[in-house]
Ligand binder design. Structure first.
Ligand code: G3P
Length: 218
């Protein structure tokens, strides 16, 4: 399973990259705003900085909601850097734009996916990635992980190449469960990635090894 980090924070991206397990980055307009990145020029410059920090795919989201606007924005984003993947919302014009970009060989990430039917549409339109938001489904007492299983079944039934990118991942158990269910990618905060490191037996075992080494090497 690929690990993407879901942030526009350059320090977090650099820390995950330095750990050596990062495969890409996802962003959205809310994450950009959270970092205080506003204005078209600054946003494009920030995407470039992210691409320079990491080796993998970097999802950059359009803000237009009509086909022409999405195509215009998406083409500008894709031209910015070869690592950019154009992120499109799952609305009718987003699906049309997805088909347009996939026909042109431009990679896409269809976002704001909350049902298996939406994921089927994204795959039919040739999306590179589909982003089901598992945390937001959990937030409304719906089983977000079940959506990953349903999409996996549908895609495997027909051999769709669209990669399942579990999004709105909030914690380490989401990461582990997504891996068990066969998600192709997960995107989450740095805390969800670093949380995988933690085990008290690792800490106590290492402390004992170091203590025993010191005793024998006085
Ligand atoms: O990747 C989608 C993500 O940014 C949404 O996460 O935590 O705002 O639901 P969250």
């Amino acid at each position: 399973m690929k690990f993407f980090i879901d942030t526009a924070n350059l320090n977090d991206i650099a820390e995950a990259q330095a750990l050596g397990v990062l495969d890409g980055v996802t962003t959205n307009p809310s994450l950009m705003a959270k970092e205080g990145i506003t204005g078209a020029e600054n946003i494009l410059a920030h995407y470039k900085k992210i691409c320079d920090l990491v080796e993998g795919d970097v999802s950059a989201e359009v803000i237009s909601t009509d086909f022409e606007g999405m195509v215009r924005e998406g083409e500008a984003l894709a031209a910015l850097h070869p690592q950019i993947v154009v992120k499109l919302p799952l609305i009718a014009d987003g699906i049309k734009a997805c088909k347009y970009f996939s026909d042109k060989g431009i990679r896409t990430n269809v976002t704001l996916v909350f049902s298996p039917g939406q994921a089927l549409l994204a795959a039919k339109a040739g999306a590179t990635y589909v982003s089901p938001f598992i945390g937001r489904l959990d937030d409304i007492s719906t089983d977000g992980l079940n959506l990953i299983s349903e999409i996996r079944l549908i895609y495997d039934n027909y051999g769709f190449q669209t990669q399942i990118l579990a999004a709105s991942v909030r914690h380490t158990m989401h990461v582990i469960d997504c891996a068990k269910l066969g998600s192709d990618v997960m995107t989450g905060p740095l805390s969800a990635i670093k949380g995988l490191l933690k085990h008290p037996l690792t800490d106590s075992g290492l402390a004992q090894f170091l203590l025993d080494y010191q005793k024998g090497n006085k």
